[in-house]
Ligand binder design. Structure first.
Ligand code: UT7
Length: 329
């Protein structure tokens, strides 16, 4: 029997309108365009403004566009998985809220929390549901309103993050296309370097935690940088080797956009030329779960059926991994 594979059959992404430039950040904290650009590669990021707007609003825009583009009716969706670190609420899952807004009534869904690797973790999860043969239309959303957990008085983190998201449709195929292989890893001891101190069961939110700014992102930048460079490159090289892929066989590397220097180091280790690396960090910053679908969406017109793509991410947890897929659209 021919094995069922899970293929991406649609992609859409969305970023809010408001642009927070490096110039505007210069008026908010002690920083400058030259430092931000040279240390991170970021020029601007998009911010979701307005009252009562959360990650589900970003996810909804992506899912709505995806369903329109692919002619998918909401009743036909079997499962929706949302990768996010900024859920609308601690519970219920943002996946449920997005489904409700999008009129998806015959599906179940849940959130995946794997920080910046969330989108590839969710894609790997969805892949297994599709390959099982039981699920025919699965939506994977990666979305974050990072501005909701960024301290805009902390120059070490506020220059990095932005808000955005994207969604893909996964469907079964018996052609030799779709997700071919994956490597997913985690090391919880890395949590000390990147986390949100309060608001969880360990340290519930209180006046004291808010006064101390413990509901914001805590990041030891240099330590995270070191692990990110090594681990993202290691898994990307490993997945190439075990699938006997040479650099010339790869159409595009689709890296998580955390820092231009991390992306360049990964591409160098893989031997992939810069013109084959999807990079849009300059326009959006690090949108956590939004980065990879945002890239796929932007590059879609350049992709051909059968193209070999390597998706790679590293994030808080620590979590990291890579996915090798053959583009199916
Ligand atoms: O996506 C999930 C995983 N996250 C990551 O992958 C992030 C990984 N880390 C990074 O991308 C980088 O470490 C950062 C971009 C966060 C920071 O860059 P860095 O080159 O590691 O800078 P640093 O933290 O070592 O700071 C160097 C200097 C310090 O000044 P002193 O102590 O040398 O005087 C900082 O205070 O740069 C200073 N600095 C800034 N200066 C101007 C830190 N932030 C800023 C800023 N503007 N925004």
């Amino acid at each position: 029997m021919t094995k069922i594979k899970a293929a991406i059959t649609g992609i859409h992404a969305w970023a809010p309108e408001y642009i927070l430039s490096n110039k505007e950040l210069e008026t908010m904290v002690e920083t400058n365009d030259e430092w931000i650009l040279s240390r991170t590669g970021i020029s601007e990021r998009h911010i979701l403004k307005g009252e009562h707007k959360g990650t589900s609003d970003i996810g909804y825009e992506a899912v709505k566009g995806l369903m329109e583009k692919t002619g998918t009716s909401p009743e036909d969706v079997d499962l929706l998985i949302c990768a996010t670190v900024t859920p609308d609420m601690q519970f219920p899952a943002t996946a449920n809220i997005i489904s409700d807004k999008a009129g998806i009534k015959n599906a179940w869904g849940f959130d995946v929390n794997a920080a910046c690797s969330g989108f590839i973790y969710a894609l790997e999860s969805a892949r297994n549901f599709v390959e099982s043969g039981r699920y025919k239309k699965v939506i994977v959303v990666g979305a974050d309103k990072m501005s909701s957990i960024v301290d805009y008085t902390d120059r070490a983190t506020c220059v990095i993050f932005g808000d955005a998201g994207g969604a893909v449709l996964l469907e079964p195929t018996t052609d030799n296309l779709g997700i071919m292989d994956s490597i997913m890893q985690s090391d919880g001891s890395g949590r000390v370097h990147l986390h949100q101190k309060a608001g969880g069961s360990l340290k519930p939110a209180s006046h004291e935690t808010v006064d101390a700014g413990e509901h914001y992102i805590y990041q030891e930048g240099q330590a995270v940088f070191k692990f990110a460079v090594t681990n993202m490159a290691d898994v990307s090289v490993k997945i190439m080797e075990r699938n006997r892929l040479k650099s010339e066989d790869i159409a595009f590397l689709v890296p998580h956009q955390a820092n231009l220097r991390i992306i360049e180091a990964t591409a160098r280790r893989m031997g992939v030329e810069k013109d084959k690396v999807m990079i849009n960090i300059q326009k959006y910053g690090n949108t956590t779960n939004g980065t990879i679908p945002m890239c796929l969406h932007e590059w879609q017109s350049k992709l051909k059926k059968g193209d070999n793509l390597i998706l790679a991410a590293f994030g808080g947890g620590f979590t990291w991994g890579s996915i090798y897929l053959k583009w199916a659209i």
